[in-house]
Ligand binder design. Sequence first.
Ligand code: PAF
Length: 281
Amino acid sequence: MEVVHTIPELRAAVARARQAGRTIGFVPTMGCLHEGHLALIRRAKAETGYVVVSIFVNPTQFGPNEDFAKYPRTLANDVAGSATAGADLVFAPATEDFYAPGASTWVEETFVSEGLCGEFRPGHFRGVTTVVAMLFNAVQPDVAVFGRKDLQQLAALRRMVRDLLFPLRIIAHETVREANGVAMSSRNRYLSPADFAKATAIPAALAVAQALVAAGERDAGRVRSAALARLAAEPALRPQYCQVVDAETLRPVDQVTPGRTVLAVAGHLGATRLIDNADLG
Ligand code: PAF
């Protein structure tokens, strides 16, 4: 596996792979790779012949009071993990080499990026769509793989690809969970062992909602109340939102339509913000 840091090196490596007749898979990451990322890399490898992993902590998707400065940077581990999972190339640019000086162009999705996390993290999805558009232009993959845990990010990127005619296919990979059910996230490492145990209130709330729907409940308000009650049973957890939404538009719904409705949750444990979601039905 090769590691490159500049766009010309990246383009040359991808061009060689294409000349050799390989299709290009892409897994964009901010590093601090965990088993969830490795599953995305393995999925990309199963779907394509040559897998590029980007490792870039993107400053434009962090708010002024968020954790950009302290976001974990673990390049050596990430390179080793990527290689083990089957990546062919790691692209790890320096911030100043990736964004042009004085960059003044944004890519902004304006429908599904509203609400949910968008309400609490202004500018976040604009930063994500901009950097992923740049990465897509740099890598020019045939397939890009993202995790379902980041429900709203996935929806915004799907729309961006559709609306701006990016010639690639997005694959959504299921959320990978810790043994205790908590969705894997680079931010889990901020949690103390006690808080990590308390974070199980989130998957537990999702499970309560799923069980209600499986038992025939279709009233979204009642499903949401049951999930909120389960979250409230963990006093350390401060829910930010808990919404029953349409799986495609991410707008809140009154009725659950099995297969087309998702429960999306965000909350804080101490200073750590966690998100998760589950299909209802
Ligand atoms: O999901 C992430 O890690 C990031 O939002 C992404 C897609 C790599 C863009 O910086």
